[in-house]
Design a protein around this ligand. Structure first.
Ligand SMILES: *[C@@H]1O[C@H](CO)[C@@H](O)[C@H](O)[C@H]1NC(C)=O
Ligand SMILES: *[C@@H]1O[C@H](CO)[C@@H](O)[C@H](O)[C@H]1NC(C)=O
Ligand SMILES: *[C@@H]1O[C@H](CO)[C@@H](O)[C@H](O)[C@H]1NC(C)=O
Length: 253
């Protein structure tokens, strides 16, 4: 009964695909499933200003890269200046954070599914290079904010985020006493503070010089390999594979 065998093989192929959909290649060179991201990464010659390091391979369009440099940009309607002027030295870190968020094709190992209107995926605990976090904190400590987690809890009645009643504007340093408190807390654990340095191959860089390529490609490969090695040794992969190999032979006899 060859049709039975084909049906069985199809079923097994499907089961294997379902179980192992997040294999190593699906974690690499991918764009997040979110409102402004491209479906697939690719070259973008016209990327704007701070996003230009991603020109050779980006998940953001030129339009998005321009928009995300603006306070209250139409992408998010989010204002960094909810407590008055933000120092330019500080603001550039938020712009760079936006560039990494919208443009990077190297964050697949940290994707998590979420059920939100503006996105189906987020990234969680991306290991940020120490210098990126220290400089972000140092340059922002004298700017002002009213909250230590920015992902929710705002008053949006005016159309952009305003400080909710009961909060006060104070320095970043008072809301984020340490660099780790800033990098981990501000966007609901998008990032994890690490002691790894830029160029170590073990941490994601928000800032890099693209003349030497994109250092985050190697970092993504390292963590993707670690993830899939862990998943295969504990997971269903080997079991399904051996079923796929032995079952049809048994049926043939
Ligand atoms: C931003 O605000 C404008 C005008 O209030 C609105 O049309 C747009 O949909 C908002 N964008 C987002 C991302 O909420
Ligand atoms: C939200 O802000 C508006 C002004 O934009 C204010 O009238 C309202 O009381 C605020 N609501 C809360 C819950 O803070
Ligand atoms: C980084 O190193 C410092 C000093 O050695 C240590 O106190 C801290 O716990 C380390 N942090 C992480 C996340 O490894």
């Amino acid at each position: 009964m060859p049709w039975k065998l084909s049906a069985l093989l199809l079923l097994l192929a499907w089961m294997t695909a379902m179980c192992c959909a997040r294999d190593r290649t699906s974690l690499l060179n991918v764009c997040m499933d979110a409102k402004h991201h491209k479906v697939k990464p690719g070259p973008e010659d016209e990327l704007h200003n701070q996003c230009t390091p991603w020109k050779k391979n980006a998940c953001c369009s030129a339009r998005v890269s321009r928009e995300l440099h603006e306070d209250k940009s139409s992408l998010y309607n989010f204002s960094w200046e909810h407590c008055g002027k933000m120092e330019p030295a500080c603001k550039r870190h938020f712009i760079q954070n936006n560039c990494l968020y919208e443009c990077s094709p190297n964050l697949g190992p940290w994707f998590q599914e979420v059920n939100q209107k503006r996105r189906k995926e987020r990234f969680l605990n991306v290991p940020l290079c120490k210098e990126d976090c220290l400089e972000w904190w140092e340059d922002c400590r004298t700017s002002y904010t009213c909250k230590s987690s920015w992902h929710k809890g705002w008053n949006w009645t005016s159309g952009s985020n305003e400080c909710p009643t009961g909060t006060i504007c104070d320095t970043f340093e008072s809301y984020f006493p340490t660099p780790a408190a800033l990098c981990e807390g501000i966007w609901n654990h998008d990032y994890k503070f690490t002691n790894y340095s830029r160029g170590s191959g073990r941490c994601i860089q928000m800032w890099f010089d693209s003349a030497e390529g994109n250092p985050n490609e190697e970092v993504a490969r390292f963590y993707a390999l670690a993830l899939t090695a862990g998943a295969t040794s504990h997971g269903m992969g080997p079991l399904l594979l051996s079923m796929a190999l032995t079952l049809p032979l048994g049926l043939l006899n």
